[in-house]
Design a protein around this ligand. Sequence first.
Ligand code: PHE
Ligand code: ZN
Length: 858
Amino acid sequence: MTQNTLRQAKRLADYQAPDFTITDVELWFELEPATTLLTARYQLKSQRKGATELVLDGQQLELLSVKLNGQQLTPAQYQVTDDHLRIDQMPAQAELELQVRLNPAANTALEGLYLSDSAFCTQCEAEGFRRICYYLDRPDVMARFTTHIIANQQRYPALLSNGNKVAEQQLPDGRVQVSWVDPFPKPCYLFALVAGDFDCLTGQYVTQSGRTVSLEFYVDKGNAARAEFALEALKRAMCWDEQTYGLEYDLDSYMVVAVDFFNMGAMENKGLNVFNSKYVLADQQSATDTDLYNIESIIGHEYFHNWTGNRVTCRDWFQLSLKEGLTVFRDQQFSADMASATLSRIDAVKTIRTHQFAEDAGPMAHPIRPAQVLEMNNFYTVTVYDKGAEVIRMLHTLLGAAGFRQGMDLYFARHDGQAVTCDDFVSAMQDANGRDLSLFRRWYSQSGTPELTVQSSFDAEQQQFKLVFSQHTAATADQQDKRNLLLPVRIELLAKNEKQQHLLVVSEEQQSFSFAVAEPPVAVILADFSAPVRLHYPQSVSQLLTVVQHASDGVARWDAMQQLWSDLVRQAVRSSEPLQVPAEVVALYRALLATPEGDLAFLAELLTPPSFDLLAEQYQPVPVDALLQALQQIRRQLADELAADWLNCYQQLIPAPYAYRQEQVAARALRALCLDYLAQSGQQAELLLQAYQSADNLTDQLAVLKACRNATHPLFETLTAQFEQRWREDVLVLDKWFALKASLPTKDTVYLLPHLTQHPQFSWQNPNRVRAVYMAFAQQNPTIFHAADGKGYQVLQQVVLKLDPINPQLAARLVTPLLSWRRFETHRAAQLKAVLSQMLAQQGLSNDLYEKLSKSLS
Ligand code: PHE
Ligand code: ZN
């Protein structure tokens, strides 16, 4: 492993076009679990006059042979290092043929070619192709791929790769060779190969121009029926992209393979998506409403990448947000159209406020287009993805839907088939709309969360309402100097007889706006969360309640309620007095619960106080104990004072036979909230038991289990034991049991975790299992994770160190909750720092973990 001092980050500023490119690739894979042979033939072309040195990337490869223009090279004619293959005397045009041996069975990092159970599978983004063969492993090298897969047909009836299947032949030795050609030049990160024994669910989609596309879902044997929802979601996504952006699918088949061993959610390989099985397989017994929602959104996301990512790709990995921010924005639009627009927006806002703001405030802070990277895998972040989507959304807000669409059209007209930059994208938006977006571009290079402070005043004589905005972005770990940004700010003025809506563009450090209005209005600032900033606009409880009741925008109504709770918590934390829920708030709850109507999912969301993580993000240092206590006081009071109201509401919402339909999803969400408060008293055992046993779907069942967990209700043990019995063999459902167990807020949990890992279905090699236990522990169990004795931190430390040699990507993801030690009070900060320092002192850390630990401690 590389010496710590030698680890060198790559910089965006150093970008250079490659000396050589590869125009055509032909691959022959002879698949065997422990010894796979790969022959790779490349057509290489010089891109710079006089270039003679070819440096290919490659890692953990056993090189067997090198041929240049048909001539075998001797080892003296090339050099091999840990990371490269170098050939010094390259002609301007040449055919290079390499042979390497791979051991997929030993690949637990799940990058490159690996085995998921007994199926072969690849993962090449970002830099995984170099673990398959030596290559110019960078996205600005785009080649046409032909892939031949040679394997035993009994064991691997399905042999898949990108593009179209062009041949299948029996070989004399009994094996079969299947050949694929992908007509679209692509970077190697979009390459994929899958070989295994699957069931296949098929469907069809006729595109707007009348071509028939065959849709194929490859899943574990016996699971075809569980892919039906995903198949229908794919058809909806294909149709949506035609209607919304005029974008049509471009190959004859679209294949999706569901695998159990996968580091991420899914991967958009051209024509052959690979999915984490948890984002494909679902039915009412085995998946919740949330699971179905996520499946639809991820199916959409990967499909939308076909244009935003594949047809137009990234020039280099610093541009990752070019495809991810844009594609997240597109999948959010899709979800908003398919399900509830308000709810999906609230979801996105929560992600930004809890995780993205926290990332900005921590040691890994980076702009949506990072300027330097040691390990690319560490930059698949909420900043690049979700803040990136907010930046696209701001463009959409500023240009309007029609202007945005024109920008998209121009982007594709200019760049189809190219590898481009974020700047190219903004230029297309700018040119299509005749707008100067130079100031807007700062969003790409500046990290950190802008603070937007607002003061309002009313001039009775002039009948004018005035808003004064000031913006400020504090220094972040990666960047000292900050400049003012361009912020689209949606506002609404609520007065007795009128409502005014405006879109303001704030671009100065300080800027004011005046509005003619007859009486002092209540102002809604940042409706729809129109810019990813932290807003400071003090309002009274009664003003906030006016917004909750009267704002036109649902997100603003929800936001006002969140603000109200945050203010109450802050007062309690400051004064060390117990938090008292104001009578007006109890009255509002009572009124809303009495006759639940309208969008019940929105109602449930409106009535849910902020999470620990969301509150924690607003403090420096984080007063862990005081926050947990305040949240507990809110819970108790809402449970006690409204006991009859929760029950009454719950009983009014009589469940219909399960269907994934919006009204039903909404009613289940509200029922779950009622149960949560009903369980809080530690009583209601009969009602809970009855709810659990009569449920005809997993959503309702889990609602009971979560309510029991949150309340540490005596029923929790009994019911989770039943659940484990029932779902033992079904790991995707069992993951919910693992997570429930790991997130129980009692002292014993920290000792229970090692026992969970002894469960016959647990495996350190499977990221879903590890995440189910330890992500749930670190993210959903703040009481125990942040326990004052530091045990929670130590548990996670051990897990991270254990995982690093097995799967560095996973280890580096799990370490995140430990990194921001500077944000905690002295005692916890010291414990965290000790835990981190011990880790950094270990020999042979992966780049993934090293980059995060060293930044955290520097
Ligand atoms: N590109 C994938 C997506 O967002 C995510 C991913 C990245 C998957 C790296 C695997 C590895 O759709
Ligand atoms: Zn993506």
